[in-house]
Design a protein. Sequence first.
Length: 261
Amino acid sequence: MRLKALLFDVDGTLSDTEQQGHLPAYNAAFSEIGLSWHWSPELYRKELLLLPGGRERIRHYLIKHKPRVDAFVDELHKDQMHWVNLVHEAKSRWFRRRLEEGKVTLRPGVARLIALARAEGLRLAVVTNASERSLQPFLHYALGPELLEQFDFIVSGEQVARKKPSPDLYLRAVELLGLKPEECLAIEDSGMGLCAAAAAGVRTLITANQDTLEHDFAAAQAVVSDLGEPDAPWQVLKGDQVLNGYQFATPQVLQNLVDAA
């Protein structure tokens, strides 16, 4: 089956947004608001990233850990979700600031593969749990206009009823592209994203990171450290037989991965 499209996750895949952007932004927002909360990298990686979005993480932390809310008790009792939204809006402002300051960068091989894939006629889509509103600053500042215009579609969380790990986002992307699931390859970084793609019938290449190395990637076609560069080869964590001898991702290497599935 000829590979016709690449479907890219965003957070942790296009960029290490979680550690470079989101986690510092949460903690800065908490401080700005006057909360004594502080999310450690371990708590964020092992617990909060298992949830599908920022508001869900804030609400989960509030309910499970019962942290001090000091002067906000009355507001929480009146309308918990409104208060959660206010905290999330503050976090989004801090995340945008980090993007504007250039503190969130693309992972190795991302820009090169996007350009190569488009040059060879592959279709491209972003598939993310993030809302379009929260996604736009990343697309503008980190991905940039030149790479952004290479994508056919941006499929974001509010376009479907259920986010990842449900297959809805991937099914929507395949539908918009007018392709079959087996003609697409998802590039993901997490077990949640892998579950979503696999449930939609889309094969998956995992580019693991420090937050997801311990996830279950049994259903992936291959697992690598990143997409690699000619002068900085990837580390193959799963799929040695298919990727043996290759040092970085190209459309032909990814076609070989699909053929071997």
